[in-house]
Design a protein around this ligand. Sequence first.
Ligand SMILES: [Zn+2]
Length: 387
Amino acid sequence: MNPEAYYYCYPMMKEFDTIVRSCQKIKKGYVLTMDQTAFYPEGGGQPCDLGTIDTASVLDVQEKDNVVYHYVDQPFTVGQTIHGMIDWNRRFLMMQSHSGEHIVSGLVHAQFGYDNVGFHLDTQGLMTIDFNGVLTQTDIESIEKLANDVVFQDIPITIEWPTKEQREHMAYRSKKALDGDVRIVKIGSYDTCACCGTHVERTGQIGPIKILSMEKHKQGVRLQLICGRKAIMDHQLKHTICAQLSPMFSVPVEGIVAAVKKAQEDSNEKSRTIHKWQEKYIVLKTAMLPTSKIQFLEEDVDRYTMRDFCNYVLSHTDCLVAIVVSKNQERYSYVMASQTIDLKTKVKELNALLCGRGGGQKEMVQGTFQTDIETIKKVIQQWNDSL
Ligand SMILES: [Zn+2]
């Protein structure tokens, strides 16, 4: 960590000028080091900055041994003055998110004594935080409310680089034992944490903090969290969905869940009724079938009912093969069942004759024929006659 880096000294810096120190061609593009940089390198769970250096695109930024490497798509000359521009939308969202995470982690630590043992922030602003203790839904709601209160207070977020001696008298959160330069991010009395990421200057800049979900994770829980612009976009999306659902069910937004449950129950009830009638229909229809080696039925039913139909006809008549076809747009879906004829082999022959696709086991096959019903009937009749 370099305390002098622009991204630490001036976290709100969107563009800067500096001099190229080295430029090396690599397999895909070039890797560039510069006298100074405002491009944050990936680290501490926070993705790197992107943007441009003159007309070159910055594809990745990494740090090793205090040197920041910029991966770009154009070459530069050593000593050349360049102009760097940060993709500010991306960086600001990263800062809003990271600062919001500190508030939530700090509050959980203070109230429950749990540590943040895993943090990930993706480039779209979706965060996961793992805590080494269990929280309830009520705890989460209370933490979310308190976290947003910290935002409303618009507290300054301050950075310190304490010495080892100073740190000995300091209480702060940290994922690991730290040596060398340690950067402390402080949010009033709510959180003090060792961190190498970038942060907004005041909590008011974070915008809304929203905990999306919680699930069990190892001995604790994993939270999904979003902040700032991401939280507003998420709200806009969900609001649009609710605004469409509400008139569809003729209920206010708070009545949507109950209305959907009711619609599901009604639909299940209708399905059960249809199934009962289908069963009766299958029994009646089967009783009326004339004797035949192949029972062929054309019915307007779904695949599940076609299978039920085949099985019932096969076990309640003396036929060798039961076939049900159902018109499906310009094709005929088919299901065939037999206990004596190897349908897996036979269906290949039928598919070839009837522009068909499909297969299955030797006792049951299913698929589609892309031809007219008269042709299908003719081919099945010929098969019947040959048995
Ligand atoms: Zn951090």
